[in-house]
Design a protein around this ligand. Structure first.
Ligand SMILES: C[S@@+](CC[C@H](N)C(=O)[O-])C[C@H]1O[C@@H](n2cnc3c(N)ncnc32)[C@H](O)[C@@H]1O
Length: 311
């Protein structure tokens, strides 16, 4: 059996469709080749990026309460697991029998899994390399009872509300009635704080955004050059979301084997949304999509919420 189970998606078609659109877009899932995953890991320790340290602080402070509310957990399933560090702490707290990290970034996932096994040698770990925008298929030997799905990092914010609703329904379908979802969600706050988090002074988020072009080059054989593009990120209050774009510095033509796209100076490729929620709206979204009972923990500034949601 392969170490990681890979789902097949036509990434090439998806990217070309986005590049041919007006305005052009690239799904944020393409940020994450191994270099992109590494850059994201660097972002998590930047002073401007309050999300990771705030989420970790809530998890540390509320560990006992989370444990009480979650009850006995037999399988911890992490969506968008990245470096799996948050799950390490959660597994140490909840002592599940097995851990199933799922991520689109296969090479990085397997490295993170190896590190995880060294740190928690007693735990069975079954990595799944797959795309959450497709069907979520777990290894068949994972028992259905007492599953806890962990979805930290406010990654749910990368989905627009209808797609977030669809994902929540698919997560619900992974659970028996004794299962639960532990999810981190970023909340609406001062625009300066939000915008600084996506425009760090060291330029790591800019490098992360630009790296998607190299990943796209590798997938579709295009000739994007970093020098032709600049990072743009701002809060869009009408949609309550941070938007990230790549803006063409001058007029440029991008070619790939069976096509091309001409960009005017200043034209943008939309590369990510990060929705920021009011906590009640998020609880309603959960309730409308299969999770009727929720317990919420936040930090003192109400910047971020951890929600334990039961079917
Ligand atoms: C914002 S990072 C969060 C990482 C980590 N969970 C954390 O909280 O620090 C998003 C993670 O989700 C993964 N990811 C993004 N889009 C995905 C998709 N469509 N399917 C599966 N994983 C995805 C990325 O590779 C990355 O590890």
């Amino acid at each position: 059996m392969p170490e990681a189970v890979v789902s097949t998606v036509s990434a090439i078609d998806e990217i070309i469709q986005g590049l041919s659109n007006h305005p052009a877009y690239i799904s944020p899932k393409f940020f994450y080749d191994a270099h992109g995953s590494d850059l994201f890991s660097q972002i998590t320790s930047l002073p401007e990026y309050y999300l990771t340290r705030t989420e970790n602080a809530i998890m540390n402070e509320q560990g006992d309460a989370i444990k009480r509310e979650a009850g006995a957990v037999s399988t911890l399933i992490e969506l968008g697991a990245g470096n799996c560090r948050k799950a390490q702490a959660l597994c140490a707290l909840l002592q599940p029998q097995r851990f199933v990290p799922l991520d689109i970034s296969e090479e990085y996932l397997l490295e993170a899994t190896a590190d995880f096994r060294e740190k928690l040698p007693g735990l069975a770990v079954y990595p799944v390399a797959s795309d959450l925008t497709q069907a979520i298929i777990l290894p068949t030997h994972i028992p259905p009872e007492r599953r806890l799905v962990f979805y930290p990092g406010s990654s749910i914010g990368n989905f627009d509300p209808p797609h977030a609703a669809n994902l929540l329904r698919r997560v619900r379908a992974l659970l028996d009635d004794d299962g639960a979802l532990l999810i981190g969600v970023d909340l609406v706050k001062d625009v300066d704080v939000l915008e600084a988090a996506y425009n760090d002074a060291a330029g790591v988020t800019a490098a992360f955004n630009l790296n998607v072009l190299q990943h796209v080059n590798a997938i579709i054989g295009s000739d994007f050059s970093d020098d032709d593009w600049r990072h743009v990120a701002f809060f869009n209050p009408a949609h309550s979301r941070i938007e990230m774009h790549l803006e063409s510095v001058g007029e440029t033509v991008v070619h790939w084997p069976e096509g091309e796209r001409r960009f005017a100076a200043g034209e943008r490729i939309h590369s990510e949304n990060s929705y920021k929620y009011l906590i009640n709206d998020f609880i309603n979204l959960l309730a409308e999509n299969g999770f009727g009972r929720s317990k919420v923990w936040t930090d003192a500034q109400n910047w971020l919420a951890i929600v334990l949601a039961h079917p």
